[in-house]
Design a protein around this ligand. Sequence first.
Ligand code: GLU
Length: 480
Amino acid sequence: MSEAVLRFAPSPTGGFHLGNARAALFNYLYARHYGGKLLLRVEDTDRDRSTDASLKTILNGLSWLGIEFDGDPILQSEQVESHRKAVVQLLESGHAYYAYETPEELDALRVEAKATSKRVQYNRDLGQAERDAFEREGRDSVVRFKVPEGETTWVDTIRGVQRWDNREIEDFVIQRSDGSSVYNLAVAVDDHNMGVNLVFRSADHLSNTPKQKMLFEALSWEVPTYGHSTLILGPDGKKLSKRNGATTVTEYQERGFLSEAVFNYLALLGWAPGDGREIFNREELIDMFSVEGLLKKDAEFDEQKLLWLNGEHLRAKGIDALYDQALELWIAEGWTTADEATSRKDYLVKAVELMQPRLETTHDFLTFGYIFTDPVDYDAKAKKKHWKTDSPERLTALISRLETIEAFDEVSIEGATRTLAGELGISTGKLIHPTRLAISGVGHGPGLFELMEVLGQDVCIQRMQTALGNLEREASVPAG
Ligand code: GLU
């Protein structure tokens, strides 16, 4: 094959669905791995359903994922003249015909087809006089494609040989009564005009391919190679839909997922490198991608896995980039300002380092408010579990030990805590949990001793003293 020319052809009629994003991604990976052009065609011919907002969302999602195209986008709505010309060519060459059946006649034809187990028999051979008579009657006409006898086959890049018995495909409409062309015609014409020679899309489109191939052949155009990737199923085994959770790229973008993790995860929905490896950055995916690795089995969307992958990508990220993301969120949340952050950058960077091993999404940065302010209240569940009647006495003892530490680092804090626990004959956990609650207001988080080092001696002691005041009165749980 000469240079591969691929395209992504979204319809701007809603959100940027994960399935569409994956189609864009496979085309992108193919073009970047094997070399080739990737074009963008906006299928905006459905005037009622296409919106600028949807187009904006799709373009924004594509650029967030880093999927770039060669040349400017082609708008399908601007190609109507070529669609019309192709219909004329098909009419003139006898591959298409005007059909005048009324809705009632169509119903009757369908009933008859069902009864005789044949495909619907439209009147393919109207003479000019009959057509004129129908026109005078004021009947509407559509243009139908004359589906030939036999079968339509193609070697699918992903699925191997595909065969469709043409008896299963009725003469389909290619131009509506208002003169507008129908999807399959528009796609075939645009693919031809854009020089597309490899069509990669999802299995949703399998039944369109024989129709498009017939159109190419009837128009004496070279037929592109087709490859249909798997469907994406939800955890319930049904096609992924809102029922199964978030289904658009935008939702993940807004929930604090990294574009590189979504990019990585989408690639795994229908492709595998063969060696079980799952974590890849963009360059690695471009490098590893292969048509042979595209799977035939439907992919199952698993949000937990995406979360895990996101965490892995967050951990692989350089601390500076992560700090920038955290800061953006903290500023938006009103927890700090750019100036204030600059003045305590060392401290905040250390906090980000502390959080990095535990992140699932960047929004988790918003669970660490205690980096900025003292806790104002204490998590009820953690309080119930960890604040016992003997906690104040133990905490008071720990405060005294902490006050004596000269270099307030993780090792010394841990040493002091463990020594005290040993002397009191209790497990270290009996000191750790109430201290964590006092310092952060919550029952979980980074390793306590590391956290205390980052917060510093004064802040820790002061928060423990405040907690003693606040919690002493509330201690209702028996000693533990
Ligand atoms: N516009 C179609 C869609 O969004 C894609 C057409 C194609 O890939 O051939 O599903």
